[in-house]
Write a new protein. Structure first.
Length: 189
């Protein structure tokens, strides 16, 4: 089902197009776009569908993708690192969780919560130097493609603190809820 014709103007403006630019992309006259937007002409189904398809295609092309908001420098930890090393790394880099990586594969996640929970079960906090990350890590962060739309990223982050971004099986970045919040605030301000 096609959107209403009165949505054409709103979509065109959302994309920052003039009537002339839209007409050119749709191979129609600028006066046709003007008349449609003013409600003075009802185009044929084929013309209306063509205009709306082009607007939707342009909207998808302009949509932010995971690669546009990800942090490219992925701070990670080895499964054989100690919890003390992981805690020190998190504190030094001001992050609250780290993906656990080995050979480019995401094995799990270690977070402040995981470390604090483990510390509470220890008689001596110095034992953290002897506990390996692999023995305390939580589930792996989801892995998403770098071309994933922001709507998908947002959906994934409803259930996870972060997501690893990959392309062709290679890790390219990471997105956290903080990154998503930052881009949403930037779009609104």
């Amino acid at each position: 089902m096609l959107p209403k014709l009165d949505e054409i103007k709103a979509r065109r403006k959302q994309l920052g197009l003039t009537q002339n630019e839209l007409a050119s992309k749709c191979s129609v006259s600028q006066s046709l776009i003007t008349k449609i937007e003013a409600g003075k002409l009802i185009p044929s189904y084929e013309k209306a569908k063509s205009i709306i398809d082009i607007l939707e295609s342009m909207g998808r092309d302009n949509e932010l993708k995971a690669k546009d908001i990800m942090t490219r420098n992925v701070i990670s930890v080895s499964p054989n690192a100690s919890l003390a090393e992981a805690a020190k790394l998190m504190r030094g880099k001001a992050v609250s969780q780290l993906p656990v990586l080995e050979g480019g594969a995401v094995l799990g996640t270690v977070s402040e919560k995981v470390i604090l929970d483990k510390f509470q079960t220890m008689d001596d906090i110095r034992d953290a130097a002897n506990v390996k990350v692999k023995d305390a890590m939580g589930s792996a962060m989801p892995v998403i493609n770098e071309d994933a739309a922001i709507a998908l990223v947002s959906s994934v982050l409803e259930h996870s603190a972060g997501a690893v971004v990959s392309e062709k099986g290679r890790i390219r970045g990471i997105i956290t809820k903080s990154d998503l919040l930052g881009i949403m605030l930037k779009k609104r301000i």
